[in-house]
Design a protein around this ligand. Structure first.
Ligand SMILES: [Zn+2]
Length: 274
């Protein structure tokens, strides 16, 4: 693992460390050390921190779940918070990882067990620049009822296309697993199920959304949760009319061109809330 240069720290990037969440990899304890995001731009590091808070405030993540961005100057690396609750992440908590899922430079802070989700998708998808993994509550039912099919019902959710595939971890490791993506082999299997899509559901676990930018990946994660709520409501009313493939494509193009609007609002709301 090669050491990288430190970024210049702003006051907001030197906030005290927070306690780790219980899905830690073993051993190390938090140190309160400064960010080690290498030469990534300070704006991107701050955006990753804001994305964590947005996803909590929008109900996509709780104490668990994480969001990453591909390094803006080195595509073989990505930025991800240390092991902690997303709502508490600051820029000082963002670490740099290599595409094997390991920290890019020595750091005593604990890292997320499921960082291999991010690593595997960045390896498989050069077009992906951000990844959100969540246990998005309205989405999980659609991961366990295949016949329900999480297809888009709102013009805000055309990125769901024909509906996300569902990753079945039993196909990889049988029935003795904790359902977590705890190594690169499982990460690769998840990435294969995602294929060239925007979202993959994970049976009995959650979902992973990807995008060509951090803002779009966050948008897709938020609106995957929205579509799941809307579709669950619609299914109770009667037969559902889904977006057609053409409608899904057109609405995705139009809405994601305006992603700065929700990002600015969500960021302001999340910063006020915490
Ligand atoms: Zn998970």
């Amino acid at each position: 693992m090669m050491p990288v240069a430190s970024v210049t720290l702003t006051p907001s990037m030197t906030a005290p460390s927070q306690p780790d969440s219980p899905i830690a990899s073993p051993d190390a304890a938090p140190t309160g050390a400064a960010a080690v995001a290498g030469s990534a731009s300070a704006d991107l590091v701050q955006d990753v921190a804001d994305a964590n808070r947005i996803l909590f405030h929008q109900g996509v993540v709780d104490a668990f779940g994480h969001v990453s961005a591909r390094h803006d100057k080195d595509p073989t690396r990505f930025l991800l918070a240390r092991n902690m609750a997303p709502a508490l992440v600051t820029a000082a908590d963002i670490l740099e990882f290599a595409l094997d899922g390991e920290p890019a430079c020595p750091d005593a802070r604990r890292v997320y067990l499921e960082r291999f989700i991010h690593a595997a998708i960045y390896r498989a998808r050069p077009d992906v620049h951000a990844v959100v993994h969540s246990h998005s509550p309205a989405v999980v039912p659609f991961s366990v009822v295949r016949s329900a099919g999480l297809k888009p019902v709102s013009h805000m959710c055309g990125f769901l296309g024909a509906g996300p595939p569902i990753f079945e971890i039993r196909d990889c490791v049988g029935d003795e697993s904790d359902l977590l993506i705890r190594d690169n082999a499982l990460g690769d299997a998840l990435a294969r199920t995602l294929g060239d899509g925007n979202v993959v559901l994970m049976r009995g676990h959650g979902a992973t959304a990807v995008g060509p930018s951090l803002k779009i990946a966050v948008y897709r994660a938020v609106y995957t949760e929205v579509n799941a709520r809307l579709l669950a409501d619609a299914l109770r009313l009667g037969p559902v009319e889904y977006l057609s493939p053409g409608e899904a494509h057109m609405t995705m193009t139009v809405n994601e061109g305006q992603v700065d609007r929700p990002w600015a609002m969500w960021k302001a709301a999340a910063r006020r809330a915490l």
